[in-house]
Design a protein around this ligand. Sequence first.
Ligand code: GRF
Length: 196
Amino acid sequence: MSSSSILRLGVLGSGRGSNLAAIGRAIEESRLAAKLVAVLSDQPGARILDLGQQFGARTECIPSPTPRGRLDAQTEEKFVGVLREENVDLVVLAGFMRIVGPVFLAAYPRRIINVHPSLLPKHRGSNAAAQALAAGDTMTGCTVHYVDEGVDTGEIIAQREVPIQPGDTADSLQARIQAAEHELLPAVIATFARHE
Ligand code: GRF
């Protein structure tokens, strides 16, 4: 990306896309100087694709022959192909229920970030809010980190704490963590947009 051009974002997700909505809002409200150019999913009918369309991004579902877990190299090539066509500078994984591999990582070194609903390195993987409750934690939160070949193992960029309240269920806690994600993720992307 040249120092004068606006950061071009590609967002990948498998679900409802509340983090994409937060990014879109931040752009609309001029809190984030970036352009949402591609929203891609592995899940046909994922709400994140409708949202992407509403924000004016190119949207595509790229299904994988495997139902979950790692993407095969050919499918990764398809994702990367679209991101390259759209000259994406930063790839944001927002609820993308896949493990990205060497094709992605080689195409976007230190340019793929993920948001995760725990204070990493605690509670990697799925159901992080339930994991925090089961561990008896009194504090949890969310993390934005660089993506590497592991699951939620990449270098941490920023975190936000969320206190666990008595009577919290996995759902109530996840909802409060997501509210924190919706502030943290656009703020982190803004640091990329400012070339920090
Ligand atoms: C978020 O909680 C994120 O931390 C996790 O998946 C969830 C995606 O939610 N990786 P949404 O699709 O952005 O609403």
